[in-house]
Design a protein around this ligand. Structure first.
Ligand code: FA5
Ligand code: MG
Length: 447
């Protein structure tokens, strides 16, 4: 919806022009139960893009392509976003590296032949069929949003861990790369929408493994009920909305998967109560595919819907696609390799992906004494900055504290290309660079 896109991006322009206020910090509802940490401004400085290391051929080519992508401005919803709008090397409140900027504007969910586009359209079909076209659809809203949109408007407390620099990409103290599509709820409500779906790329500093990637895609669903809707049901508004939400999402799961093992798990989000997650059994484990719940009254009240109730959900599109298409690794969604892209086409849901390469992973371990500032997300950002998509997993395999109170971590890094075999030399180069940057940027003592 054009006016909304414009207003989000105009807001961005405005906050850029304003004097920088003290930093707030990012959202990751899954870490909601973790102890709240204060924003850590200095960490942002650790992730300024640095000159490419001398060695590391693989790393060099990745950086070059990120830099090339970074050179041209991209367009989202008619708004141009240039590298300097997002990567600000001199701004201590900015922690966006080039590889993240290079993903903006790619909008994989808008390509009809991409698994994410196929999935989005299939979900659209379900809502069109069951709600006779009532849901308004948005898939081109600007991913640069204000801290207010991303956090305040959905009641994320000021000291919530999700606001930290460790979890969210900050463009400046008042602007973030949205870390969930819930960032658009309030504005769409204010614009008068009562049924809507918002699909978009979202950004999070996170761990590295086959189901986590720092850029992924979500679809937000939102439905408002008025008292007339539930008055004859014998339920109160909240119970009515919760029942309708579960019925709607179970119906969607059946529409997508047919029979599949799934379960509801109670959880917490600042913006819904009660809150739930849906998990699906995949590759011998339960995989969380969505979060949802009954919208907090305050959000409805603040946005012109007093006395109404609503439900909301946020689907992880990669996670659902992995189950539907048997895609084993989340990095594959970004592959331009014909052997990947040619396997998917419009309208063909559930075609099973045939792996085209089975190159073995190469494991490298590194141990170091951590310091107070150390976080795994910072480590992952360093590793990804060097190895790009050649890193498959970063896993803590040993952790102990000695008599002097020093804590040692040992991480196992798995390197693997989806497309080719890696040479020993390039893996060793990458690992050498990782060790150097971990030592220099994270200020830890290698063992
Ligand atoms: C949220 O982002 C909430 N905004 C969802 C929501 C919306 C709840 C409306 C209530 C009402 P969460 O952080 O759990 O919640 O993310 C939602 C989904 O995104 C997850 O279930 C998962 O499928 C997916 N997801 C989360 N982190 C990643 C990641 N790093 N890589 C890929 N998918 C992810
Ligand atoms: Mg979650």
């Amino acid at each position: 919806m054009r006016p909304l896109i414009r207003s989000a991006c105009r807001l961005r322009a405005r906050v850029r022009a304003m004097a920088t206020l003290p930093a707030a910090a990012a959202f990751s509802p899954s870490s909601a139960s973790a102890a709240a940490r204060p924003p850590r401004l200095p960490l942002a400085r650790l992730f300024l893009p640095s000159a490419p290391p001398a060695a590391a051929r693989g790393a060099r080519s990745l950086r070059t392509s990120a830099a090339a992508a970074a050179a041209a401005a991209v367009e989202v919803g008619g708004v141009k976003i240039a590298r300097e709008d997002v990567v600000k090397e001199e701004d201590p409140t900015n922690n966006v590296p080039d590889p993240i900027y290079s993903k903006i504007g790619l909008q994989l969910h808008r390509s009809g032949n991409h698994p994410l586009g196929i999935l989005k359209n299939t979900i659209y079909d379900y809502f069109d069929k069951n709600f006779s076209g009532k849901f308004n659809k948005f898939d081109d809203l600007c991913p640069l949003v204000s801290v207010k949109q991303n956090f305040d408007d959905v009641l994320v407390p000021a000291d919530h861990v999700s606001r930290s620099y460790n979890d969210t990409y900050y463009v400046d103290a008042q602007t973030v790369l949205r870390c969930h599509t819930s960032a658009h709820q309030a504005e769409l409500l204010r614009d008068g929408h009562t049924h809507f779906l918002v699909t978009g790329d979202v950004y999070r500093r996170d761990s590295i493994d086959s189901t986590h990637y720092p850029v992924f895609h979500q679809m937000e669903g939102f439905r408002v009920f008025s008292p007339d809707d539930w008055s004859d049901s014998g339920m109160d508004g909240t119970a009515y909305a919760a029942a309708d939400l579960k019925k709607t999402l179970e119906g969607l799961a059946r529409h997508l998967f047919g029979a599949v093992e799934m379960r509801w798990v109670d959880t917490y989000f600042p913006f819904t109560n009660p809150s739930f997650e849906l998990e699906i059994y995949f590759q011998d484990d339960w995989l969380e595919v969505l979060g949802c719940g009954v919208t907090e009254q305050e959000i409805l009240k603040s946005n012109g819907r007093t006395d109404h109730v609503a439900w909301a959900f946020g689907l992880g599109l990669e996670r659902l696609s992995m189950v539907l298409f048997d895609i084993p690794d989340i990095r594959l969604f970004w592959s331009n390799d014909q052997r990947f892209t040619s396997q998917f086409s419009e309208g063909k849901l559930g075609v099973k992906f045939k792996p085209f390469s089975k190159f073995p992973p190469c494991y490298k371990d590194m141990s170091f004494w951590i310091n107070e500032e150390f976080t795994e997300n910072n480590l992952c950002e360093v590793v990804r900055g060097i190895a790009g998509d050649l890193v498959e997993e970063v896993k803590l395999i040993d952790n102990f504290t000695n008599k002097k109170g020093m804590t040692s971590h040992c991480y196992r890094i798995a390197y693997r290309s989806m497309e080719r075999s890696l040479t020993d030399e390039e893996i060793n180069d990458m690992q050498w660079n990782v060790r150097e940057e971990v030592k220099n940027k994270l200020k830890v003592e290698l063992r």
